[in-house]
Design a protein around this ligand. Structure first.
Ligand code: HEM
Length: 251
């Protein structure tokens, strides 16, 4: 039987919540946080998929890879000034990352409070699900920071010695990439990050599919399959690059 509180306009349907009043959260509803995470996660997943195709041009040689990097800076030129589309993409990515991480932190904190603040144990799949995403997420945040310092900003001590910035429309992305991956710590750090990223993507899509339970089994299966395929492609495609440099297959 529906009942309403005299102090709020929220109508409670069904049996009283087992969560004590002090543990119930106020503020943004969890479903909208999860929707925000799904949208911003999809934006990053799309970027990662497109970036993968660009990265694989490294196997076509310096001209193809540098040409692609230069093209990125001149997309839709002269309709838009040079680098305008690239800066638009950067702004969208930074905002999406901020929203994704912020919403994830709130959802995770609420889940922890709902468990009574208990630490998550390693027993059972539920506990796996509870720590896998935050832990891989934090490492990936560190990866993106290191990666941008390494190959975009070219800042020491992360970037390789002799990092060359693009000048007069000429990019040196190929030389910078090879120089970076010739350092074993950098190459194996990227490989490890790709393992974690593929796990994060696969589990993220699976979580989304589970949250969308009402949409039917076929939808859920399709979403999980898309996540799995993207995860495998990211792992094999991206990790192949630092490994190829370390093996001396490309230089
Ligand atoms: C082995 C894998 C990867 C390689 C070889 C690679 C390579 C590169 C290179 C060469 C650039 C610089 C492009 C330029 O300035 O012309 C770049 C930029 C970037 N990469 Fe990656 N990348 C990899 C994986 C990733 C992943 C997994 C992500 C995201 C999760 C990512 C996010 C970015 C971002 C945000 C930028 C900066 C774009 C910009 O602002 O110009 N990369 N990457």
């Amino acid at each position: 039987m529906p009942s309403s509180s005299p102090t709020s306009s929220v109508i409670q349907v069904g049996p009283p919540s087992p969560v004590p009043r002090e543990r119930r959260h106020r503020g943004v509803p969890s479903w909208s946080l999860k929707t925000a995470m799904a949208i911003t996660g999809a934006i990053w997943a799309a970027f990662v998929a497109i970036h993968l195709f660009g990265n694989l041009k490294v196997f076509q040689g310096p001209d193809a890879f540098n040409g692609y990097a230069a093209w990125l800076r001149a997309v839709f030129y002269p309709f838009f000034p040079k680098e305008m589309v690239l800066w638009g993409l950067r702004v969208v990515l930074v905002i999406a990352l901020g929203v994704h991480v912020g919403a994830a932190a709130i959802v995770w904190a609420r889940g922890r409070r709902a468990r009574g603040g208990h630490r998550v144990t390693l027993r059972g799949m539920r506990s796996w699900g509870a720590w896998l995403m935050p832990v891989t997420g934090v490492v990936l945040l560190a990866f993106v920071t290191v990666h941008v310092l390494d190959l975009t900003l070219g800042l020491a001590p992360v970037a390789p010695e002799g990092f060359a910035h693009p000048e007069a429309g000429v990019a040196h992305a190929y030389g910078n990439l090879i120089a970076s991956f010739q350092r074993p710590w950098s190459a194996w750090f990227y490989v490890a990050a790709m393992v974690l990223l593929s796990v994060h993507i696969a589990k993220g899509f699976a979580n989304l599919a589970a949250d969308l339970g009402a949409m039917g089994r076929r939808w859920r299966a399709t979403l999980s399959a898309v996540g799995g395929l993207l995860a495998v492609a990211v792992l094999l495609g991206n990790a192949a690059i630092p490994i190829a440099v370390q093996m001396g297959w490309i230089a």
